[in-house]
Design a protein around this ligand. Structure first.
Ligand code: SF4
Length: 93
């Protein structure tokens, strides 16, 4: 499931630099995560980086966008065709 950003967001920028998929952008009032780009950091990290660095804990799982580890890994492969995701890739699963 992709993450989403809640209204507590202060647009501090902490998450922007951490996302391996450039899934986070400034919205009208707060930052937003594109679920089409978020892999829950599968393929890159054992933690969800935006949630890890957010000082107000506003990056949370979006229960409306549920995806399996394999689907998220496939998304990572699509987004980064030049990167090797074979073997024991980092994942929070
Ligand atoms: Fe980006 Fe990872 Fe946060 Fe998804 S969970 S928006 S991939 S930093």
């Amino acid at each position: 499931m992709a993450l989403k950003i809640t209204a507590e967001c202060t647009c501090c920028d902490a998450c922007l630099l951490e996302c391996p998929n450039e899934a986070i952008r400034a919205g009208e009032k707060i930052y937003v995560i594109d679920p089409g780009l978020c892999t829950e950091c599968v393929g890159f990290s054992r933690t969800m980086k935006c949630a890890e660095v957010c000082p107000v804990q506003c990056c949370v799982p979006d229960g409306n966008v549920v995806e399996s580890r394999e689907a998220l890994l496939e998304k990572a492969r699509r987004l980064h065709p030049d990167q090797d995701f074979s073997g024991d890739v980092p994942s929070h699963f």
